[in-house]
Design a protein around this ligand. Sequence first.
Ligand SMILES: Cc1ncc(COP(=O)(O)O)c(C=O)c1O
Length: 354
Amino acid sequence: MRFASDNRAGVTPEVLAAVEAEAAHPGGGYGEDRTSHRLTEAFTEVFEREVTVFPVLTGTAANSLALAGLCDPWGAVVCHREAHVLVDEGGAPEFFGGGLRLVPLPDDGPDADRIDAAALDGFLRTAAGGRNDVHQVPLQALTLTNLSELGRSYTAAETAEVAGLAHRAGLGVHLDGARFANAVAGTGESPADLTWRAGVDVMSFGATKNGAIGAEAVIYFDPDRATGFERRRKRGGHLLSKMRFVSAQILGQLSDGNWLVRARRANEAATRLATGLAAAGLASTGPIDGNELFVRTSATEAARWQAAGVECYVDESSGSAPTVRLVTSWSTTDEEVDQLIALAGGDPAREEKA
Ligand SMILES: Cc1ncc(COP(=O)(O)O)c(C=O)c1O
């Protein structure tokens, strides 16, 4: 029962097939190849506008390089206190950004995991109203994550609200889309509505968690903003000589709408799991917008699950009732889900009838 992370899943057949097809012929180096150009065309179709696309290998590199493009080394990026860039990237944004500063919103409002518009507005007003001379660090960018770090989505309207506030204060807007496919599948809103039409300037598009081997892409919605990124990526060691194999993975994933089919499957598995666990008395701590859920249970129960073969992340910082994070993926089966529901004392057959 693999619920620790979607990065534990294997590789989808369509990604493997695309890599195999790529391997069967020679091609250009450093992204100057047919497949990489076709990838840009595919993203142009997905986002309903011309885009500039830069594949890289990791989400950390995508986020860090994108933020470095939006923010000077003497500037700051506003983020959520749970943001992956702040808590899970080992200082890479500061490193790639030449020392830029990440500033978590001091008051996040009622949401534990998403940027709250009122809190952001208050913060930007205070920051803008304060000193902003050569001794200060100017705020230059906002980054938000969809799906969020705790598995919640931002709708297009919610994205537009926070992006609008950021733009009014002169900040560029970055979206960490490590699980963007799950957000699109969950909200049912278009990739365009959730990004550039809502004011996102640049995004990190995640493919790895949705069935690639290791492939992400930095996507600029305004080509003028992409100036210098090519050199930044090279300098950061993410311009692969055989880039076409990274591009092939993402292209394979986008083909025939597979990226959304796979994400929908992951989301369905999470909903099935949440429903079954809730019926067994273990309600999720929040709504299920994508492929992640969190339940609070006793430390003994969490240990019993793990002893029975459940792979999951247990946050023991919350004491005797730890929060258990369960993540589903494109490869999660109903059988795995039902096994965990049964282990928790639920009746998987109820989900079948429902
Ligand atoms: C929200 C978020 N952003 C970015 C990443 C990308 O990280 P990595 O550098 O491990 O590919 C992850 C992976 O866990 C993530 O959850």
